[in-house]
Design a protein around this ligand. Structure first.
Ligand code: BG6
Length: 491
């Protein structure tokens, strides 16, 4: 079966501001909730650096999967002894022209990036937006237009102005809806004439800890109250966005790497079905516009014993969720995992699959799992899907010119893109596009390293921010260009 994709398919790359942009403190940017997060590694988790009321310094784990609680009286503090990767990231702030040109060189027709909320509203509470911040993204969008690339904007990628986390306990507080809507509407007004595709939140089903949600408690009621507030904020943004930009398309993004039962034992199969509901809770509510019948079951598993009746809701929330349904379902897919009876329920992670090879960071490589996931989502929600993250974090060895022979990445992408093409051409799953994570090397979210590289373009920088930041296309760059030129036929 031909791998050629339907005309108009969107090909591109995806990034997030605090991993890519840098420009800390420049152009009026305020502190973000990730700015106090240290670098780390697979063995040593990242931490937030904080100070208690009695002056004691603490560093709660900000791990991707299992973040530690942040005490009520803790406030963030910078320590000279630490490196904070979000401050410089890989400096897209000063390299955007060069980077966009490199992406255009691969024939991308879409580029996904997120807006640093604190660049537009430094504390989140200002009445008026910061003009210099707005201008930066204007420049980015105009630069994209020069090469006929359309933007795909993530309004909120796992972050917020630090002030909103410290002062309000982040998304656990309903006030955040107001601040988010003010922010979103400013973006719609300013960029709406040039942006069709929007994502309200990144990996919203992960609701993982203080950095991404600003919530001090990383488990239980606060976490699900935060999710509810984000659902309502997303729905209100969709409603406002559709009014302000009639041709706009709204999605939210979910971490949906596949879960398989570890064995064919009925108990494992049943457990895995429940495991999947941990994530359908989020996809269904936003994709169909109402909480699924199993919402109470999920909440009770997380200690919210009264189920949905324990979540604070306003009388009109139901109607807002219904009206503010998503137009498409976006997701990230990196790996698959297994689950078995008795396992703890998780949103990302899971057990290894013995049939799969793993990346150096232990992520099981499963191209067919991508086709499987695409089918599952579409069969369930019956709305177009958009793969907005997929890629391979690997250790690249650059030669003295910065060139990397990344055949392993080509192999990973060739297999995943082929599986995607089969889902589209054989299974008839409508898919808007594919944005690979991340076209230019950037800082890893989970470990804060540079060593975990994804890009088609090598960036000369190490885990502590040393390096010239020089950009050099890898072997995969030319390969990807050819795949895009042939709209997938060369796969
Ligand atoms: C997704 C996030 O979880 O996965 C990205 O949306 C992240 O922000 C990506 O970078 C890959 O994860 P990591 O930890 O390898 O950077």
């Amino acid at each position: 079966m031909s791998k050629q994709l339907p005309e108009g398919f969107l090909w591109g790359g995806a990034t997030a501001d605090f991993q890519y942009e840098g420009g800390f403190g420049e152009g009026g940017r305020g502190d973000l909730s990730h700015d106090y997060e240290t670098n780390g590694s697979l063995e040593n988790p990242r931490h937030h650096t904080m100070k208690l009321a009695d002056g004691k310094i603490i560093s709660p784990k900000s791990s991707f999967i299992d973040a530690e609680d942040v005490p009520e009286d803790a406030v963030p503090i910078y320590l000279d002894s630490q490196y904070y990767p979000s401050h410089k990231a890989v400096d897209f702030y000063h390299h955007y022209k060069e980077d966009i040109k490199l992406m255009a060189g691969m024939d991308f027709n879409v580029f996904r990036f997120s807006i640093a909320w604190s660049r537009i509203f430094p504390t989140g509470e200002e009445k008026e937006p910061n003009e210099e911040g707005l201008q930066f993204y204007d420049n980015v969008i105009d630069e994209l237009a020069k090469y006929n690339m359309q933007p795909l904007i993530t309004i909120c990628h796992d972050e917020m102005p630090m002030n909103l986390a410290v002062k309000y306990n982040g998304w656990a507080n309903r006030k955040l809806i107001e601040f988010y809507l003010k922010f979103a509407k400013v973006l719609f007004k300013r960029y709406g004439d040039r942006v069709k595709y929007w994502l309200t939140f990144n990996e919203i089903n992960a609701v993982r800890g203080f950095g991404p949600t600003g919530v001090r408690k990383s488990h239980g009621l606060d976490r699900y109250q935060a999710a509810h507030n984000m659902f309502v904020a997303s729905a209100q943004a969709v409603i406002a966005g559709h009014e302000m930009m009639p041709n706009s398309m709204f999605g939210a993004m979910y971490a949906l790497s596949a879960f398989y039962p570890a064995t064919s034992k009925p108990e494992d199969i049943f457990h895995n079905m429940q495991q999947n509901k941990e994530n359908w809770y989020f996809v269904d509510t936003m994709g169909r516009g109402y909480y699924p019948s199993f919402a109470d079951e999920v909440l009770k598993r997380h200690g919210v014993l009264g189920g949905l009746s324990d979540i604070k809701m306003n009388p009109d929330d139901k109607e807002i969720l219904e009206k503010g349904q998503l137009d498409y379902i976006a997701f990230s897919y990196y790996r698959s995992a297994t689950s078995k009876a008795g396992d703890k329920f998780v949103n990302v992670g899971g057990n290894d699959n013995p049939y799969l090879e793993k990346t150096p960071w232990g992520w099981g490589v499963d191209p067919l799992g991508l086709r499987y996931t695409m089918n599952l989502i579409y069969d369930r929600i019956q709305k177009p899907i958009f793969i907005v993250e997929n890629g391979m974090g690997a250790i690249d060895k650059a030669d003295e010119n910065g060139y990397v022979e990344d055949d392993y990445r080509i192999d990973y992408l060739q297999k995943h893109l082929s599986a995607m093409a089969d889902a589209i051409n054989i299974d008839k799953v409508p898919c808007i596009g594919y944005t690979m994570w991340a076209p230019i090397d950037l800082v890893s979210l989970s470990t804060g390293e540079m060593k975990k590289r994804y890009g088609f373009v090598y960036v000369d920088m190490d885990d502590l921010g040393n390096g010239s930041l020089k950009r050099t296309p890898k072997k995969s760059y030319k390969w990807m260009k050819h795949i895009i030129e042939t709209n997938g036929a060369a796969l």
